[in-house]
Design a binder for this molecule. Sequence first.
Ligand SMILES: Nc1ncnc2c1ncn2[C@@H]1O[C@H](COP(=O)(O)OP(=O)(O)O)[C@@H](O)[C@H]1O
Ligand SMILES: [Mg+2]
Length: 506
Amino acid sequence: MVEKINHLEMQHITKRFPGVLALDDVSIELKKSEILALLGENGAGKTTLMNVLYGLYHQDEGSIFINDKIIEIESPINAMENHIGMVHQHFMLVPNLTVIENIALGYFQDTRFKLDLNLVRTKIMEIAKKYGMAVDPEAYIWQLSVGEQQRVELVKALTLGANLLILDEPTAALTPQQTDELIELLKEMARQDNSIIFISHKLNEVKSVSNRISVLRNGKLVHEGDTVSYTVSELAEEMAGRQINLPKSPEKLEFGEVMLDMKDIWAYNDQGGWGLQGLNLQLKAGEIMGIAGVSGNGQRELADVVSGVRKVEKGNILIDNWNITNHTASQIIERGMGYIPEDRLHEGSLPGFSVRENLILKDYNSSQISSSIFLKKKVIDKFANNLIETYNIKCPDMNTSCASLSGGNIQKVILAREITRNPKVLIAAYPIRGLDIGAAEYVHNRLIEAREAGMAILLISEELEEILDLSDRIGVIYEGAILKVLPGRGTDYKEIGLLMAGVIDE
Ligand SMILES: Nc1ncnc2c1ncn2[C@@H]1O[C@H](COP(=O)(O)OP(=O)(O)O)[C@@H](O)[C@H]1O
Ligand SMILES: [Mg+2]
């Protein structure tokens, strides 16, 4: 076997896709025990660069050096043989296999090893012990939380001999606590002679985890340096190439009628316990109400019952005075509900379908689009092209599949579709999670416009800054109910933080 990686260099890497110059003469360098943060807005080329390193794509120009020797990485197996491991943005584990079986699959593909489950188990336990990770080798993947699945991916890479780990947006789907745990784990891995390439849009994380940064913009390396010499806002500016301050919603004194009325709602969570326990809230036209809370306190169940995908056991939900309790999702949409879901790839869009199809997903029945059983092709094409232009969706054309777009652009497709339908109530769940600051600014401006247009907006988020910037009122959710409603202005972090922990001081 080749020696471990002490020094990696990617030099003058260029990669073209049809119509796109994804990487333009990019060079990066990484030494043993270093954590390099790769920064850049959506579409800057970060994933492409890492896919080249992992052997999923081959560069059109440029070279890769390991320990000063030039190497060709033809495939992921090749990458693994060279001690390079990658944890993808979307995990690639098989849900109905156990942890051991999933890791053994990696060996199976790698002819250096014979398949021996006991040997795999021993290796997993060694790695888990070395880095102080809790891993149950017999657990099924579907039983694990996102954070645990990610740990399995890391163990898998390490078990297969990696000492350079690539993590592509590893914290996008993690709670703040899981994120802290991951950061500690990565630091420990670096102390034990591994090196790490870390991709994230969350600049606080980048500050706390990395030693150096490399910044990509439109496929070019525009900056590199030591992390300590930057503030978070300087990093944001490097990424975007301009200064960005996220917009705040302008003060407003008058609101419209109650559009969403939730009265004493009870619903189960996925574990069979109570997810919502007597939740009450009222949302008015033209208002943004932020729902703040530690995740797992009923946010998911709240979004689910309003959108009609979870049963309400007790209580009533009214949209503009229409009782929609336990109606189907499509009946609720008809009544004027728009939904920007947490999981944009699976709930919010049909990734295998085109941008055009995704934009009209909910309009197949509306008279504007289908006057007969045939959809009017011309009308749809015009409609889709208009939205692509208005919402500045970056795609080669409307027939591109949604799955190949960046996270920010998928979110624009969903926003375009949901806002254009002009719903009475718009639920936005974690609308900027995983987006870069430029895309976040875009999404926030669209939400503020929707508020101006009179929509009643429920903003579920774990980012307090986002909630404070946008909300007219803030409801703190705790153990399945709204513990207290605070004004959006003049409320400070500390007060919300205490309430999020369930502390009421009255
Ligand atoms: N398989 C592909 N086919 C065509 N274009 C692609 C493919 N993968 C990425 N791109 C394009 O390359 C550019 C860089 O994308 P990507 O590396 O995913 O950016 P990032 O990870 O920084 O968000 C984007 O314009 C994207 O649309
Ligand atoms: Mg990416």
